[in-house]
Design a protein around this ligand. Structure first.
Ligand code: ACO
Length: 328
């Protein structure tokens, strides 16, 4: 009996910190409003010459070190991001070249917004089980500061930059590692959170630039309601499918978008908040990077022990959503 385990994790956040107080100098907002509505105190912002791949590489190197392997051991690389270095080619190809993953590796990006890391994990899991790949590196990395409208106070206060990575390997041991995954999407709701221009439907032009349609547009209230509903559903399904109860889940790592969303989810599931890992106060919403960043911190902080069950649960633009159950 084989399983796919997380053999190493790593993360990285850019050096520059932008506090709520700093934001008050850019838009009409206050530390009190941002903290009370979202729980965010500060976020990391990449330098002008730092792209998503630069953040991804640092997180990847830390995950490789943690797994005690080198880039030469990787034959599958998946980068989950909605802020790629270029529209073409993939950020995975940039990372592959710069960290020395051999050319025979399969390298590609996936687009599932904030649920991207869970989608990447599910794809890598399936590919490793086929036996065609030996070792996968999955990365969630974002430079969201490059797609938010710094004049729009309803969005710019919520997001940050960062990256997280994990090394996945197949082992001959039953019942460990990735136990289950439940992913979904509801494309009917895509306009709740999207970038209207810059793609094939509405290519970039002076008009789209003028209208600011190349920035992230969000209907915050609707996203908020949907997020709680879908995360509760997939979290419950995952736990029930595996004949567990929430008492047996040592730690829930939710997508770090808004503290009030996490609070409502915890309350609806009847799980004490202290069993949810929360770091959004220091990073804001880093989309695909949010779960691996939190996972890396939680592990390094000793919040995850051998034998523990950890539940990852996310939602994002699409709207995509999902949950993944891991046993360490
Ligand atoms: N500072 C001060 N006031 C503000 C700000 C701000 N930064 N932003 C909005 N306001 C004002 C609004 O204009 C509004 O004023 P009005 O009542 O005079 O019209 C008032 O504050 C209330 O605004 P609401 O939108 O009702 O505030 P709400 O309590 O819904 O909180 C928030 C807004 C934080 C965006 C919330 O809806 C939310 O978190 N939604 C989910 C967003 C999310 O998670 N998105 C990402 C998911 S996917 C991904 O990660 C890519």
């Amino acid at each position: 009996m084989t399983s796919v385990i997380i053999a190493g994790v790593g993360s990285y956040a850019p050096q520059r910190i932008l506090t709520n107080e700093d934001l008050t100098k850019i838009v009409d907002t206050s530390d009190e409003w941002i903290r009370s509505r979202s729980g965010i105190r500060e976020r990391h912002i990449a330098a002008a010459d730092e792209a998503t791949s630069d953040l991804a590489i640092k997180a990847a190197q830390s995950a490789l070190l943690d797994a005690k392997i080198t880039a030469a051991d990787i034959d599958l690389l998946i980068v989950a991001t909605c802020t790629p270095d270029y529209p073409v080619p993939s950020t995975a190809c940039v990372v592959q070249h710069k960290i020395g993953i051999p050319p025979h590796a399969t390298c590609f990006d996936i687009s599932a917004a904030c649920t991207g890391f869970l989608y990447a994990m599910e794809i890598a899991y399936g590919q490793l089980l086929t036996g065609r790949y030996k070792c996968a590196l999955i990365i969630g990395a974002e430079k969201l500061s490059s797609i938010v409208d710094w004049k729009d106070r309803t969005t710019c206060v919520l997001f940050g930059d960062g990256a997280g990575a994990a090394v996945l390997k197949k082992v001959n041991q039953p019942g460990v590692g990735i136990i289950g995954s439940d992913l979904g999407a509801d494309g009917e709701l895509l306009e709740l959170l999207y970038i209207p221009a810059g793609g094939s439907r509405c290519p970039a032009s002076p008009l789209t630039l003028e209208a600011g349609s190349h920035f992230l547009h969000m209907k915050g209230k609707e996203v908020f309601k949907n997020a709680i509903k879908v995360m509760e559903t997939v979290a419950r399904e995952m736990v029930e499918q595996h004949h567990l109860t929430f008492d047996q889940i040592s730690l829930v790592i939710p997508h770090q978008a808004n503290y009030r969303i996490i609070e409502a989810l915890a309350s609806n599931l009847g799980v004490p908040l202290d069993r949810f890992y929360v770091n959004l106060d220091r990073y804001g919403n880093t989309s695909a990077a949010s779960i691996p960043l939190a996972l890396d911190e939680a592990r390094r902080a000793g919040r995850i022990k051998p034998g523990d069950y950890t539940l990852l649960v996310a939602f994002g633009a699409g709207l995509t959503y999902g949950s993944t159950l891991i046993r360490w």
